[in-house]
Design a protein around this ligand. Structure first.
Ligand code: TYD
Ligand code: MG
Length: 455
C-alpha cells in the first residue's frame, strides 16, 4: 500500500511546512495553514503526448522559426487588446474574478464567438443544461465548440487526446482534481498540480488554455500567488456588481503590456464590448450640480474621461466622515490635508464623500486635480462648467504636477467636445497648444485653479 504523507500548506501563498503553523513565515498571514494529504508512491499521470518522446534540442536563436501569425483572434476586440493583440498559441491564461462577476459568461461567449476554431469548454461547476441555458441567453451558437462537464484531469486529458481541440477553456481550476494527489479539490496542492498538468499540455501541444480562477474575499486569487507565477498571463475581471460595467485588466502578461484594459457591459443577453468608455462613464446631465468634475485619466494605454463626484457637508456627529468609492481613501485624506494646511480650507470639520461614477476604480494620479476641484466645488456649492476637465497630480505642498501621456489625454478630451482642460504648467511647456482644438489652461498652484473656476 502506498505510504500516506501529510503536509501543511499556506492557503494564501502556498508555503509548505511539515507541521502546522499559526503564522505563515512567507506571507505573514495568520491561520492560513491547512493539512493536505499527499499520497506518495503514485507516479504522475499528467499529460504526456505518446507520439512525442524527448525531442527537444538546444537551438541558436536564429535557428528558431518565427511564425508571424502567432496571435489568434478571439473574436473580442477588448479581450484581444488585454491579451496584447490576441491569444498566443501554447499560452496559459488565468482569468480571475469574484464569483458572479461574469467569468463563465465571458469565456463561454468567447468559445461561441471563435467560429472556425475547435473550442472545448470544460466546466466543473455547471451542468450541461445550465450551460445550454446560458448560451441561449447569449444567443450564440457555434457548431465547432464542444462542452464537457468533468472534473478529473485524467479523464479530461483522455478527451483532449481524442478531440484535439484548438482552444481549451477550464471553468474553474478550483473544481478540478487529479488522481496523483489525495487532498480535496480546491486545495493548494490540487490547484498547483492541476495547473501544472495543463501547463504541460499547453506547451506540448501548442494549444492555448484559459483557466478560470476564483478570487477570495480579500481579493486574492484563491490558491493563487503560485498560479500567477506559473501561467503566461493573468487577467482580472472586476467591477461593481451594482453596475453593469466590467473591467478586464491584465495583471501579468508575458506577451504584452500589463497596463491594458478591456471594458464590457453586462446585459440581459451577455457581455457587450464597450469601445468608447468615456461616453458611458460620464453621466448625461441637463442641470449643473456642484461637486462634479471630469478627469482625463489613462487606464493603461487608453485615455478615458471619468466623472468624479464629491459631497462636502458639515459633520453632524463628532468625528467627520471620509468615505470613497473607486478612489484610494488615503489619497483623499492627503488631498484634504493639503487643502487645509496649504490653502486654509476648513475641511477637517466637514464630512467628505467621494465617488467615481460608473462603479470603476481609478489609480491614475492624474485624477488628483479633478478630486480637489470637485471637493472645492461642493464646499463652495458652486458648479464647475461641465465642459471643463482636469489632468494633473497634486503634490504634498499643493503644487500641481505633470502627468504622463498628456497629449493623449488632451486629444481624448477635445474629441469628446470638452472646451477647457486644466493641466500642470510643467506639462504645458512641452506642448504645442495650436495642435489641439481645446483651450489649455496651465496651472501651478491650487489658488489659480480656484480663482479660475469660482471667481
Ligand atoms: P457568471 O458568468 O456566472 O459569473 P462567474 O462565472 O464569474 O461566477 O455571471 C453571472 C452573473 O451575470 C449572474 O448574476 C447573471 C448575470 N448575467 C447577466 O446579467 N446577463 C447574461 O446574459 C448572463 C449570461 C449572466
Ligand atoms: Mg462561473
Amino acid at each position: 500500500m502506498a505510504k500516506v504523507k501529510t503536509t501543511y500548506n499556506c492557503q494564501g501563498c502556498g508555503y509548505n511546512s511539515p507541521k502546522w503553523l499559526g503564522k505563515c513565515p512567507s506571507c505573514d498571514q495568520w491561520n492560513t495553514f491547512a493539512e493536505e494529504v499527499i499520497q506518495s508512491g503514485k507516479k504522475s499521470h499528467g499529460y504526456t503526448d505518446p507520439l512525442k518522446p524527448a525531442t527537444s534540442k538546444p537551438k541558436q536563436l536564429h535557428q528558431i522559426q518565427f511564425e508571424s501569425e502567432y496571435r489568434i483572434d478571439t473574436g473580442s476586440a477588448e479581450l484581444n487588446r488585454v491579451l496584447g493583440g490576441g491569444l498566443v498559441s501554447g499560452s496559459v491564461v488565468l482569468v480571475g474574478g469574484e464569483p458572479g462577476i461574469g467569468k463563465s459568461t465571458l469565456m463561454l461567449q468567447v468559445a461561441l464567438q471563435m467560429k472556425n476554431y475547435l473550442v472545448l469548454y470544460i466546466s466543473g461547476e455547471e451542468s450541461e443544461q445550465q450551460i445550454k441555458m446560458r448560451s441561449g441567453r447569449i444567443g450564440d451558437e457555434n457548431s465547432d465548440s464542444y462542452i464537457l462537464t468533468e472534473t478529473s484531469t485524467q479523464v479530461i486529458f483522455q478527451h483532449l487526446q481524442k478531440l484535439q481541440p484548438q482552444i481549451v477553456v477550464i471553468d474553474s481550476i478550483q473544481t478540478l482534481h487529479t488522481d496523483t494527489i489525495e487532498s480535496s479539490a480546491g486545495s493548494i496542492s490540487q490547484i498547483r498540480e492541476c495547473a501544472n498538468e495543463f501547463l504541460q499540455y499547453a506547451k506540448l501541444t501548442n494549444t492555448p488554455v484559459f483557466l478560470i480562477g476564483h478570487i477570495t474575499k480579500d481579493g486574492n486569487l484563491a490558491g493563487p500567488k503560485i498560479l500567477e507565477h506559473m501561467v503566461d498571463a493573468v487577467l482580472q475581471f472586476e467591477g461593481d456588481r451594482n453596475y453593469g460595467y466590467r473591467i478586464l485588466r491584465s495583471v501579468k502578461n508575458r506577451f504584452g503590456s500589463t497596463s491594458e484594459l478591456g471594458i464590457f457591459e453586462m446585459q440581459d443577453n451577455g457581455l457587450r464590448e464597450v469601445l468608447n468608455p468615456s461616453e458611458l462613464l460620464i453621466t448625461q446631465r441637463d442641470e449643473n450640480f456642484s461637486g462634479i468634475t471630469i478627469s482625463a485619466t489613462m487606464e493603461g494605454l487608453r485615455p478615458m474621461l471619468i466623472e468624479i463626484q464629491a459631497l462636502v457637508s458639515t459633520a453632524a456627529y463628532g468625528v467627520p466622515q471620509r468615505s470613497t468609492t473607486g478612489f484610494d481613501s488615503r489619497r483623499l485624506n492627503m488631498l484634504l490635508a493639503v487643502l487645509e494646511k496649504r490653502h486654509g480650507f476648513k475641511l477637517s470639520v466637514k464630512d467628505v464623500f467621494l465617488n467615481v461614477a460608473g462603479g470603476i476604480r481609478v489609480d491614475d494620479p492624474a485624477v488628483d486635480l479633478a478630486v480637489v476641484a470637485a471637493v472645492l466645488s461642493s464646499n463652495e456649492d458652486m458648479p464647475v462648467n461641465p465642459k471643463v476637465c482636469f489632468a494633473a497630480e497634486v503634490g504634498l505642498s499643493g503644487e500641481i504636477r505633470a502627468v504622463n501621456r498628456i497629449e493623449q489625454r488632451i486629444s481624448e478630451a477635445s474629441k469628446l467636445g470638452f472646451e477647457k482642460i486644466f493641466l500642470s504648467g510643467h506639462s504645458f511647456k512641452s506642448l504645442n497648444p495650436e495642435k489641439f482644438d481645446i483651450q489649455i489652461i496651465p496651472v501651478s498652484r491650487i489658488e489659480q485653479v480656484f480663482s479660475n473656476l469660482f471667481s
